[in-house]
Design a protein around this ligand. Sequence first.
Ligand code: ZN
Ligand code: FE
Length: 266
Amino acid sequence: MINPDSSRTQLIPVPAFSDNYIWLLCKGGHAVVVDPGASEPIEKLLGQYHLTLDAILLTHHHPDHVGGVKALKALTNAKVYGPLGETLPVCDEGLKEDDNITLENLGLTLSILDIPGHTAGHIAYFGYLDTGKPVVFCGDTLFAAGCGRLFEGTPAQMVNSLAKLKVLPLETLVCCAHEYTLANLRWALQVEPGNTALQQRWQTAQRQRSEGLPTLPSTIGLELETNPFCRPLQQSVSDAAAAYAGEPLTSAVAVFASLREWKNNF
Ligand code: ZN
Ligand code: FE
């Protein structure tokens, strides 16, 4: 899974629980993890590949994202970054919109986006890997063909948060924290049965899952083409959302709210 001789940063989704991914970045014997809901799978890799954990990045406070932080901190003394506005088990530096952090051993600088909606203080980390690829760690806000439930925010907040992600470069690697892709695509195909990019994505994702492969990372370009939550102003999407709501919907926020309700009940 990890090539210890690689001279470029490797980006690896480490499975945890039933459907979480803990993203691991590593290069030259150094590693960084994002949202370690459990410590064991990371401890195992650190030992197996003799990696030094430099930092732990947190996107929001939910237990399946922060459950392993205390144990990893105790074991490695890695620096813990997280959202300034949330209560976390451990946090050495709280971050908010437009803050930057530099992970020196990976040659990676990440800038922070405030993306509330799923939780009130949810943040994302965006930057460019040494491969030249842009990458975003967006936790439970943007999923492949879906988005996070609104536990602590409003549809308007989520639309605004997704808008910040949608303007990232099209080739940005979208590193979400759950393997929800097949279930999301099944629903997205109800919303837009005629979307050929979506049909194609369904075939690809089914093959990946049947081979035991992750469907992630996605890209911003693919989400713009296939994720109903990123396409509220597309006629096909707004028509379907209005049909579900049983009334005309006149704004992106109203369409989004109907889509979210639909997905919650799907
Ligand atoms: Zn969450
Ligand atoms: Fe989660």
